[in-house]
Design a protein around this ligand. Structure first.
Ligand SMILES: N[C@@H](CCC(=O)N[C@@H](CS)C(=O)NCC(=O)O)C(=O)O
Length: 202
């Protein structure tokens, strides 16, 4: 098995997932700035040219960070990061999608519409990046309201992949310079907790 990794938010979701499970995989680190995922060899593995990619020993290739996490969970069930029973798994899925769609994607679109790296990958609209900076603050405010019930983690009482997606979003927020306002005390409590986990630096 081989994990194709890069210094970027999506592969970081998998790195954190692996670190939380205490699993180490053979890994190749790719330099995105050098276009290492845009070679014919890599595009044959992932036609979208993105990381993470997990290549199995029989040649099967998995792309998409969540698909890779799901496969890793099947091999290493503990600690359960995708839910402990059917209802819990549904709640984790619900919150993971909310974190991905509402927070991670909003912050990611700021980078996509303003960073030179994306200039040849998306049709950039710089004004949209500015709109999304304001939108991101509103999304954090929404999450603050959700976490006002005092729960320690995004999906409830247990750390889950929804928190990991949130951790990746925090990293994107650092990149694009969107800070969580100090008045959002509940999100900041969660933010502090995530940054103090050993897996934060994975
Ligand atoms: N939806 C995919 C996103 C994959 C993706 O966009 N990966 C980025 C890093 S965050 C990448 O490797 N980009 C390299 C490129 O586009 O050349 C996932 O969750 O795995």
């Amino acid at each position: 098995m081989k994990f194709y990794n890069a210094a970027a938010p999506s592969p970081r979701r998998v790195r954190i997932f692996l670190a939380e499970k205490g699993v180490k995989l053979p890994r190749e680190d790719l330099d995105l700035q050098e276009g290492a995922t845009r070679t014919p060899e890599f595009l044959a593995k992932n036609s979208l040219g993105g990381t993470p990619v997990l290549e199995l020993d029989d040649g099967t290739v998995l792309t998409e960070s969540m698909a890779i996490c799901r496969y890793i969970e099947s091999l290493h069930p503990e600690p359960a990061l995708l839910g402990t029973d059917d209802l819990d798994a549904a709640k984790v899925e619900m919150w993971n999608r909310r974190m991905e769609i509402e927070i991670f994607s909003t912050l990611g679109s700021i980078a996509q519409h303003s960073f030179e790296f994306f200039a040849d990958k998306v049709e950039q609209v710089p004004a949209f990046a500015e709109v999304q900076k304001r939108t991101a603050v509103r999304k954090w405010q929404w999450l603050d309201g959700e976490l006002a019930d005092g729960r320690p983690y995004i999906a409830g009482d247990r750390f889950s992949v929804a928190d990991i997606t949130g951790m990746a979003a925090l990293m994107v927020g650092d990149f694009v310079g969107v800070e969580i306002p100090a008045t959002f005390s509940h999100v900041n409590r969660w933010n502090d907790g995530m940054r103090s986990r050993a897996s934060w630096s994975a």
